[in-house]
Design a protein around this ligand. Structure first.
Ligand code: ATP
Ligand code: MG
Length: 259
């Protein structure tokens, strides 16, 4: 009886979340009453003006900030701290420079040595880095390092991958390629992804839904659904129509913005 209200298709429920930072001289209201749900396996992008609170929102979901109002429910349990069910990828790859790629990926895994070796091989293959087990991060390009950091997050098989401008530091061509890699990884693994980006075309290329945040304090301005099939064709008329609608929403969010 009873528990019929639990909806398993929803992995993350962000319920009326607000967060402010207080210092002696002032209080910054970073997020105000942000409210949306994320379906299991969905790819969500979050865009909004610089400084509006996107990273703060991601850190709250990751459990790296725990002092907030409202509720963030992951599988119906309130987020109270970090956990292996969430992987986080930042703009810089954050690989440890003194460890090889294999050692970086293996860090913290508890399987036996042979299993870890096999797992590392399997996940490096997913990101097209076969054969780079023994390389050090300094021997990889920016795009390769970012792929290694995606493999490092995926190997832990998180339920949700949280990505904070993961491709922001890459040149345009590498970025295009990485968007396609990310699309492939998402289609193969069915991991729920929440990605912050400043690149609207990237958001339209990858996402099931795009959450546009308004200027500080950050509120949800609009949520777009992009029902296009994957892999997506950037040159299609439909793609351009969605891109134009998101650009116009983002523009009006930026015009409300004052430092
Ligand atoms: N630890 C902190 N202490 C005090 N204020 C903070 C802290 N972290 C963030 N803020 C403030 O909260 C607001 C939102 O910051 P946040 O980093 O979330 O923005 P953002 O949307 O990710 O910006 P960007 O697009 O530039 O990365 C900013 O005004 C910032 O100064
Ligand atoms: Mg940020």
């Amino acid at each position: 009886m009873a528990e019929t209200s639990v909806d398993n298709s929803i992995i993350l429920d962000i319920k009326h979340v607000s967060k402010s930072f207080r210092s002696k001289s002032k209080t910054v209201q970073a997020i105000e009453d942000v409210d949306f749900k994320v379906g299991r396996g969905e790819f969500i992008s979050v865009i909004g003006p610089s400084g509006c609170g996107k990273t703060t929102l991601l850190r709250l979901i990751a459990g790296l900030e725990v002092d907030y109002e409202g509720d963030i429910l992951l599988n119906n349990k309130r987020v109270e701290g970090p956990g292996l069910d969430r992987g986080v990828i930042f703009q810089d790859h954050r690989l440890l420079p003194w460890l090889t790629i294999e050692e970086n990926l293996a860090l913290g895994l508890t399987e036996d040595k042979t299993q870890i070796k096999a797992l590392v091989k399997q996940y490096l293959k997913k990101v097209d880095l076969e054969g780079f087990e023994n390389a050090y991060p300094r021997q990889l390009s920016g795009g390769m390092s970012q792929r290694a950091s995606i493999a490092r997050a995926l190997i832990r098989q998180p339920e949700i991958l949280l990505l904070d401008e993961p491709l922001g530091a890459l040149d345009a061509l590498t970025r295009y390629n990485m968007q396609e890699e990310l699309e492939k990884i998402w289609m193969d693994n069915k991991t729920t992804m929440i990605m912050i980006t400043h690149d609207i075309e990237e958001a339209v290329y990858l996402s099931d839904r795009i959450v546009v945040l308004d200027a500080r304090p950050c509120k949800v301005k609009e949520i777009f659904t992009i029902p296009l099939e994957h892999p997506r064709d950037r040159s299609s008329i439909k793609f351009e129509e969605y891109r134009a609608s998101v650009v116009s929403s983002f523009r009006s969010a930026v015009s409300n913005y004052s430092i």
